[in-house]
Design a protein around this ligand. Structure first.
Ligand SMILES: C[S@@+](CC[C@H](N)C(=O)[O-])C[C@H]1O[C@@H](n2cnc3c(N)ncnc32)[C@H](O)[C@@H]1O
Length: 262
């Protein structure tokens, strides 16, 4: 894949930025984030989601890969402090089921996380809107028996399965597109959702935002997705928090919802 982030100079610049990030004062990070959010707003108007997220990967908005894959789904898909507790909690959840479930991973990205839980699942279907990422995954993970598909989860029919994973995908969409995805989850038994939330529980959930690489946590009023709250009102028969990891001034929560179907 030819990417802006893959020319040697820009990759080097991105890597330096990535390494310095943990040491940068929060006001510098906020300044850069706010500027990027403003830019994305106008840049992505009228674009398809395939074009938007291809651009996000090309420009290294979530960082750059250490390997040659050309795709990097962000530090929260790679940082062991975040990934390991997630893999442990989800693995325990899957192992406790009477049989290995058929899984659908929506917005699978670079599959750095999916590859870690694949063994605990039966049939595994992994979808993303970025065709080149899907093609790269097919080559890199050909040994894992995963059915990789290019799907826009907001407009295309979703593949069948028992459990649906949505890990840090919905927060990159606006509320109308999120509602469209949720309207198609009825056939699944369980949704395992992972999203950033503000640290304090005292926040207004589900504030709308434009599509792009950024999160509700970093909006003018910090927010996060609570799918059981308005305007989404997802119908669930149970909700169980599988893990919570603090990061970037918020918390990454993974929650298993038993869906009631609708
Ligand atoms: C931050 S990455 C997370 C990747 C992976 N779930 C993980 O946790 O490592 C978000 C991914 O969602 C994908 N995505 C966003 N909107 C999508 C849509 N409408 N249909 C399918 N994939 C989408 C993006 O292309 C990107 O790969």
């Amino acid at each position: 894949m030819t990417t802006a982030a893959s020319s040697p100079r820009s990759v080097l610049a991105q890597r330096v930025k990535q390494r310095l990030k943990p040491f940068m004062p929060s006001w510098i990070l906020k300044f850069h984030r706010d500027r990027a959010i403003r830019k994305e707003g106008s840049l992505y108007e009228g674009k398809s989601l395939g074009e938007v997220f291809t651009h996000v990967y090309k420009t290294g908005a979530w960082g750059v890969a250490e390997d040659q894959s050309g795709f990097y789904s962000g530090s929260s898909s790679h940082d062991p402090k975040i990934v390991e507790p997630y893999v442990k909690a989800v693995t325990e959840y899957l192992k406790a089921l009477p049989e290995r479930p058929a899984v659908v991973d929506l917005g699978c990205g670079d599959f750095n996380v999916g590859k870690r839980i694949r063994a605990e699942c039966g049939r595994y279907m992994a979808c993303d809107v970025v065709d080149a990422a899907i093609q790269s995954n097919r080559t890199r993970f050909s040994h894992l028996d995963v059915d990789f598909r290019c799907v826009d989860i907001t407009t295309d029919p979703l593949p069948p399965g028992d459990i649906v994973f949505l890990r840090q995908v919905l927060d990159h969409l606006d509320n109308a597109r999120i509602a469209s995805v949720l309207s198609k989850l009825g056939p699944y038994k369980v949704l395992i959702l992972t999203e950033y939330l503000p640290h304090s529980s005292d926040f207004t959930p589900n504030l709308d935002k434009a599509i792009g690489s950024h999160l509700r946590l970093f909006g003018p009023v910090p927010s996060g997705l609570v799918l059981t709250a308005p305007p989404f009102n997802l119908k669930v028969s149970s909700a169980r928090i599988l893990c919570e990891v603090p990061d970037s001034g918020g918390v990454i929560r993974t929650i298993a919802y038993e869906l009631t179907g609708r």
